[in-house]
Design a protein around this ligand. Structure first.
Ligand SMILES: Nc1nc2c(ncn2[C@@H]2O[C@H](COP(=O)(O)OP(=O)(O)OP(=O)(O)O)[C@@H](O)[C@H]2O)c(=O)[nH]1
Ligand SMILES: [Mg+2]
Length: 327
């Protein structure tokens, strides 16, 4: 009986063949199994893939042998890591050059960027990491590139409003969907072992100074999921301030300021935590072992009176000031 494999299956198979880590191979095999038509004709193939999958899982995700340097591994820094995704020449490096001190390579020819370039964006009193990336096309994605997206906190799709928005958006969404990088009902942000999986995404629409008529409206119409769109121009500077605010808002983080007992709070270097974090989460971030000795906490900020005593499970708000007492 013929297997009648679908285009989704062949995309996942392509991902499997181009994967550079066991972790990605496992994800690709799981995807192949999930999208494979379920009938007698695929029984053998299914068994074969399951065997490969269990072998890979047994082998673990550790690479054996020499010291291999993965250029696509970008160590996280600051309050969150946002990675740019886009087709050649859409303006990714220009965004990093405009917002950070990093030496992003801006050029009027495609494929000017060939490795990730991280830079730090200042937003009020925190720093957010923004990572320039090589472009992707329908036919080419650098081996290992998916790893950068898998491990970041937020993906920014960059669309050039002076170009073909339908094509660019299609290439980016195809990449994200075929690699299971989009958060949805079946794809959570992390698996049961806590490994990073899918991401929230949003859209930076560049070159608003030379945009084609109705480009942004056309783009919004293409989009099936609710997505944030920010229109910018790195030439005029339009939208750049709003963009850094959107970075902060979409990272879903809060800032809290620590106050040593009997002293004024340190308002220069906030701790950043995921929204919804508790007093105990803050104590753990400050010092894992010390956190167990947390006796009490006082808080100044939202929804409390000044200096109110709060429990370990009290949920913190942005800009709260906290005084922790340890036994
Ligand atoms: N008019 C205008 N031109 C822009 C803008 N942003 C980028 N450009 C131009 O677009 C070209 C490509 O910009 P890059 O930032 O190098 O594009 P990229 O996406 O990094 O390109 P690759 O590294 O090849 O993927 C350059 O000539 C930029 O000067 C913008 O907002 N307005
Ligand atoms: Mg570039």
């Amino acid at each position: 009986m013929p297997a009648n494999l679908t285009p989704e299956y062949f995309k996942a198979e392509k991902w499997y063949k181009s994967a550079t880590t066991n972790e990605e191979r496992i994800l690709a095999l799981e995807r192949m199994l999930a999208v494979m038509p379920k009938h007698k004709g695929t029984d053998h193939l299914k068994a074969d893939l399951r065997k490969k999958l269990s072998k890979l899982k047994e082998a673990g995700t550790q690479k054996k042998g020499g010291t291999h340097v993965d250029v696509f591994h970008v160590p996280k820094s600051g309050a969150g890591q946002i990675v740019l995704l886009g087709t050649p020449n859409c303006g990714k490096s220009s965004i990093v050059a405009a917002l950070t001190n990093a030496k992003a390579n801006v050029a009027d020819f495609p494929f000017a960027t060939n490795a990730p370039v991280p830079g730090m964006v200042a937003y009020e009193d925190i720093q957010i990491q923004l990572v320039d990336m090589p472009p992707i096309t329908a036919d080419y994605i650098a081996p290992g590139q998916v790893g950068t997206y898998r491990n970041c906190d937020l993906i920014a799709i960059v669309i050039d409003l002076s170009g073909d928005v339908v094509e660019q958006f299609g290439v980016c969404m195809d990449f994200l969907e075929s690699r299971n990088l989009l958060i949805d009902a079946e794809t959570p942000a992390s698996d049961e072992q806590g490994n990073a999986r899918a991401k929230e995404v949003f859209c930076i629409c560049t070159k608003s100074d030379i945009a084609k008529a109705n480009a942004l409206e056309d783009l919004k119409q293409l989009c099936e999921r609710p997505l944030e769109f920010v229109e910018i121009s790195t030439v005029t500077g339009a939208g750049l301030e709003k963009l850094t605010g959107v970075f902060y808002y979409l990272l879903k983080i809060i800032r809290v300021y620590a106050k040593p007992p009997g002293k004024p709070p340190d308002m220069t270097e906030p701790f950043t935590l995921p929204a919804g974090s508790t007093v105990m989460d803050l104590a753990t971030q400050i010092h894992r072992q010390l956190a167990e000795k947390l006796k009490s906490a006082k808080i100044w900020g939202t929804g409390v009176y000044d200096g109110q005593n709060v429990q370990r499970n009290h949920i913190l708000n942005d800009k709260d000031i906290i005084e922790l007492h340890f036994s």
